[in-house]
Write a protein that binds this ligand. Structure first.
Ligand code: KG4
Ligand code: ZN
Length: 335
């Protein structure tokens, strides 16, 4: 149809080179995600210089593959959306420059997308978002509760005071010697153990803020103390106790936010939305409290360009454009 909007999205903020074409904000026409995870796993974490270099090598190939897979050319694209931040500056730059170049050469509008807006809009690939809503954003770099009264109205009501939840998962993984990225493996291990370690429920107060460094330190100290006594830690138990505290505090504060803001819609966003403990608990809580819950499909939880193209569509509809001077930003707030 003439009025259909096809957004080409580009995401390169960390260690995934991804390009996607999304129709009308909700339909994934074609997505390519090229992960560098195997390479960075050798170093126990993402090495920024390597990430940037690999994005340079791969970006044009991924753009071409995405168009080919969709049987489309740049002429069929309505506008280009790109993650401008936050993230690794060298990685972001590659995506931004690619998007700027395409926008210039093919004379297409350029739409800047905040990475977290992308994670949030991943939910519209499951079901069109209904407002007002509360978004629980949980990723490697973010842990936030956001109130949205409409499209692109982001009101942060709380966030982490120190570590992001994904970051805490990855650190716990490292001390129990689970390979990078540890989050998904700690999640799996938690089901093989019992809640037998007395870890604290972190920042159990009346705010909507979170703090995971205390919980992380408690777990690290526990491992060290046991090692000094010549004892083996039960990794599965530790994973279980850690995951239980994380899920307890996230779900407790999220439910309180839903009640206090009188909101009936909850969405979950970010890489840690793939966590099965979080998915299960929130499903149960939302059932019990008549809340509509949306969680993206697993493939749209971790970094991908589909979510960027979807967020880009809603930004496009609101008339948001940028010019050729768009700057990549390592740190930039959602508003
Ligand atoms: O959103 P994302 O792909 O990248 C950022 O924007 O940060 O999130 C990656 C984070 C990593 O810390 C990874 O360990 C974590 O999400 N993660 C998980 C799970 N799957 C991914 N953490 C816990 N349980 C999972 N199943
Ligand atoms: Zn992300």
């Amino acid at each position: 149809m003439m009025n259909d909007v096809y957004i080409l999205g580009i995401e390169s903020s960390c260690d995934e080179t991804s390009v996607s074409i999304v129709k009308n904000g909700i339909e994934d026409i074609s997505t390519i995600v090229l992960s560098q995870m195997d390479v960075h796993a050798n170093y126990g974490g993402v090495v920024p210089e390597i990430a940037s270099r690999m994005h340079v090598e791969n970006i044009t190939i991924v753009i071409e593959e995405c168009l080919n897979k969709a049987h489309m050319t740049m002429d069929d694209i309505t506008a280009i959306a790109v993650t401008y931040g936050p993230g690794l500056i060298g990685s972001l730059l590659v995506g931004v420059v690619a998007a700027q170049t395409l926008s210039y050469v093919y004379n297409k509008p350029l739409i800047p997308v905040h990475h977290i807006a992308g994670h949030i809009y991943a939910n519209s690939l499951t079901k069109e978002m209904t407002f007002p809503l509360i978004a629980l954003v949980v990723s490697g770099g973010h842990t936030e509760l956001i109130y949205m009264k409409d499209n692109y109205c982001f009101e942060k009501i709380g966030g982490t005071l120190d570590d992001a939840v994904g970051e805490a998962y990855d650190k716990i993984a490292r001390i129990i010697k689970v390979p990078y990225p540890g989050g998904p493996l700690v999640d799996k291990m938690s089901y093989l153990g019992g809640d037998n370690y007395n870890l604290p429920l972190p920042l159990d107060d009346n705010s909507y803020n979170f703090s995971f460094s205390g919980l992380k330190s408690a777990a690290i100290n526990l491992v060290h103390n046991e090692e000094q006594r010549g004892n083996q830690i039960n990794k599965e138990d530790l994973a279980c106790s850690f995951q239980k505290r994380v899920v307890d505090i996230l779900s407790k504060k999220t439910l309180r936010a839903l009640k206090e803001y009188n909101v009936k819609n909850l969405i979950v966003a970010g890489g840690v939305a793939a966590n099965s403990g979080i998915r299960n608990r929130l499903t149960q809580i939302c059932n019990d409290n008549d809340i509509n819950l949306t969680i993206p499909e697993l493939k749209y939880c971790t970094d991908n360009a589909t979510m960027i193209a979807s967020a880009g569509y809603y930004a496009y509809k609101l008339g948001r454009r940028t010019n050729i001077d768009l700057k990549a930003m390592a740190n930039t707030p959602l508003n």
